[in-house]
Design a protein around this ligand. Structure first.
Ligand code: DGL
Length: 270
């Protein structure tokens, strides 16, 4: 099999990376995709940098062993803490979500006031601030950790009154600060998008890392001559490290279609 025929690997701690999976699927409909959700160890966002770094390397090693032509780190937390080291370590392209999301946010803002929401670990890493300030100085960036949103998304409470209340509480300061652009700096958050949209109102521009990374992945594959040619049969495989039925329920709810190849694996067995 030529290299361009190989699948693209995508990983996250759970269902959140499906927002990236869906964006890649839409942007690159011919490509075969392999997805890993490390559901046994979710959430990553409350863990120390060294633990997240280790998890990210174990996830990437699993994906790489499946023979992929590129890896998209569909997790902001893992991207913030390990994407540079992973990109250095691997000979295939490895793309995190922070840089593409930051570039998009800086492009979108008119007043230069940008909100960033993410897990505690992502916010504490200041990865978004660093990336955005390296593109443009003088921005006003307001960041907020929203740790309860990941369990709400994993639970499939996409449009629940409790989700509404939690989102209102978390986003209050950002609304008052009148940010004109909001980075959804955790791949779980676009799953809760209807509620987030409703709370923030439609004058705010949203940056969904999934869409940003899908566009940059397409460019990267193109420039490395790795795009799959023709509309041959594509495949998709999903792997989780814990209960497949739980993942399947929320994944199918979010993707709006059944998922077939789903397997529970043990990363330590590598
Ligand atoms: N989806 C992941 C992210 O984008 C994190 C969720 C978690 O805390 O595991 O940061």
């Amino acid at each position: 099999m030529s290299e361009s025929e190989l699948p693209i690997g995508i990983f996250d701690s759970g269902v959140g990376g499906l927002t990236v999976f869906r964006a890649i699927e839409r942007r690159l409909p011919n490509e075969s995709l392999i997805y890993l959700g490390d559901t046994a160890r979710i959430p990553y966002g409350i863990r120390s940098p060294s633990t997240v770094h280790r998890y990210a390397f174990e996830d990437a090693a699993f994906i790489k062993a499946k023979r992929v032509k590129a890896i998209a780190i569909a997790c902001n937390t893992a991207s913030a803490l390990a994407s540079e080291d992973l990109a250095r370590e691997y000979s295939i392209p490895v793309l995190g979500v922070i840089e593409p999301g930051s570039r998009r946010a800086v492009r979108l803002t008119s007043v230069g006031r940008i909100g960033v929401i993410g897990t505690e670990a992502t916010i504490a890493s200041h990865a978004y601030e660093k990336a955005m300030f390296s593109i443009r100085s003088g921005l006003d960036i307001i960041s907020r950790a929203c740790p309860l949103l990941v369990p709400l998304a994993e639970e499939g409470w996409l449009n629940h009154p409790v989700t509404q209340q939690v989102v209102e509480e978390y986003l209050q300061d950002l609304k008052e600060a009148a940010v004109d652009t909001l980075v959804l700096g955790c791949t779980h958050y676009p799953i809760l998008r209807p509620v987030i949209d409703q709370v923030m109102g439609n004058s705010v521009r949203f940056v969904d890392s999934g869409e940003a990374v899908a566009d940059e992945l397409a460019e990267m594959l193109e420039s490395n001559q790795l795009l799959k040619r023709g509309a041959g049969r594509r495949s998709e495989q999903f792997y989780v490290t814990d209960s497949a039925s739980r993942f399947k329920r929320v994944a199918e709810l979010f993707l709006g279609r059944p998922i077939d190849h789903l397997e529970t694996v043990e990363l330590g067995a590598l």
